[in-house]
Design a protein around this ligand. Structure first.
Ligand code: DP6
Length: 415
């Protein structure tokens, strides 16, 4: 081990969208929530974080690069994750390269971390969830920690609450837990991504000029001032969690859509009940809700569910491909791209839904008829930045192909 060597691991972790929301902490340092939550993991092909972690005796301090730019690791959340993972490190040996690290060596060795999101970090698409989940998962593999993904989720939770749900694919439940040290506040898989594979998810990234209140600040203020949150956490969510788990297991879309929309709306009502009130949705968000509500009502049974996080973007979950194609037609009718935008860069992700919708170019978008269930046929060009078509996806994986690593195997610095 006299030569300086670099040992690394690369992992890929998905993002997730909550259908029963986490909002409010009972412990801000350990990140313990006031209620359980349930999410869908999104297909990493369209939205994911890739992270390479490396260790070398030549590294003089822990360093991290996010999307190519060095960022500070001094924040409490990073420090908590690094400390918790180091405490679980085990011996590793790479006989071929003559590398041996013992459990106690890990206390002195430094790590380099490079992380990359395959979607715009600034778009408000839960990048911290995928990011912390990937950091913890990759470090655990590098350090040969023996913990399973649920146990790792309790560490990722200390980076960002919603990150704990990104340790699994499919539908995931975050148990709020009871004990003070937070060891039972962790994620478990409800069903895997194959269980309800015909769901299609369309995300509308809504144009917005306003700087939003961060989730962390927003939920702190809600806990301090909203009585409605107390009622939600104690009386509403526990019952909804049971119903939601049942509707997922039974693939009962009507019940699933009803609960998802109601919980999103209640989360935003709780934000409005905060002093001063927090507004995350904007006029475009409200128009999307109204479009879905009118369509669902006209069909007599829900075709699509909507949910919104701490920002104006809509996440729309369609019952199947047919409903998704119809939804995309309606969305493109209301929100056509600006004239200088190509359809190809306006509808991202799984573009086969566009084909199903019979839309090949901007001329087809122009020619779309107004949805029959509405009277007001106004169109809102430019109010949506772009759409992403995706589906429920798998949990974290290791990428064994070294060409996908973000750090150089020689220097341990970004490639
Ligand atoms: C609205 O996990 O971003 O997306 O724990 O403070 O990092 P911190 O907050 P974060 O909050 C997510 C809130 C939400 C709902 C959800 O994902 O359940």
């Amino acid at each position: 081990m006299s030569e300086p060597w670099v040992k690394m691991v690369t992992a890929q972790t998905p993002t997730n969208i909550a259908v029963i929301k986490y909002w409010g902490k009972r412990d801000e340092t350990l990140i313990l929530p006031v209620n359980d939550s349930i999410s869908i993991t999104l297909d990493p092909a369209h939205l994911c974080t890739t992270t390479t972690v490396a260790v070398s005796p030549s590294f003089v301090q822990d360093r991290m690069w996010l999307n190519g730019k060095e960022i500070s690791l001094s924040g409490g959340r990073y420090q908590n994750c690094l400390r918790e993972i180091r405490a679980r490190a085990c011996d590793i040996e790479d006989k071929e390269r003559g590398i041996k690290i013992s459990k106690k060596d890990w206390e002195k060795l430094h790590v380099h971390i490079a992380s990359y999101n395959n979607f715009p970090t600034a778009a408000g698409l839960a990048s911290s969830a995928a990011g912390f989940a990937c950091l913890v998962f990759a470090l655990a593999k590098l350090m040969n920690a023996k913990e399973d993904n649920s146990e790792l989720s309790a560490i990722a939770r200390q980076g960002s609450g919603s990150a704990c749900r990104s340790l699994f694919g499919g539908f995931v439940k975050w148990n709020m837990g009871k004990v003070e040290d937070g060891s039972d506040s962790l994620a478990i898989q409800v069903v895997d991504e194959k269980h309800w594979h015909d769901l299609v998810i369309i995300i509308a990234v809504v144009s917005s000029r306003e700087k939003e209140t961060s989730s962390t600040t927003g939920m702190h203020e809600t806990v301090e001032t909203s009585l409605l949150l107390q009622h939600r956490a104690k009386e509403i969510v526990p019952k909804r969690i049971v119903q939601m788990e049942m509707s997922i297991k039974n693939r009962d879309f009507a019940s699933f859509a009803h609960l998802t929309c109601a919980d999103s709306n209640q989360f935003h009502a709780v934000c409005l009940d905060t002093c001063p009130p927090i507004f995350y949705m904007n006029d475009t968000s409200h128009r999307i809700i109204s479009c879905v509500e009118k369509w669902n009502r006209s069909e007599g049974t829900p075709q699509v569910a909507y949910t919104f996080d701490a920002g104006p973007n809509a996440v729309l979950i369609a019952h199947n491909r047919k409903a998704a194609a119809q939804l995309l037609q309606k969305l493109l009718f209301y929100f056509p791209p600006n004239s200088d935008t190509q359809l190809n860069s306006y509808v991202l992700g799984d573009k086969s839904i566009l084909k199903d919708a019979g839309i090949e170019d901007l001329k087809d978008v122009e020619a779309l008829p107004p949805p029959s269930e509405i009277k007001d046929a106004a169109r809102y060009k430019g109010d949506v930045s772009y759409f992403i078509c995706t589906r429920p996806g798998r949990g974290p994986v290791l990428l064994s192909d070294e060409s996908q690593a973000l750090l150089s195997p020689e220097t341990g610095l970004p490639k």
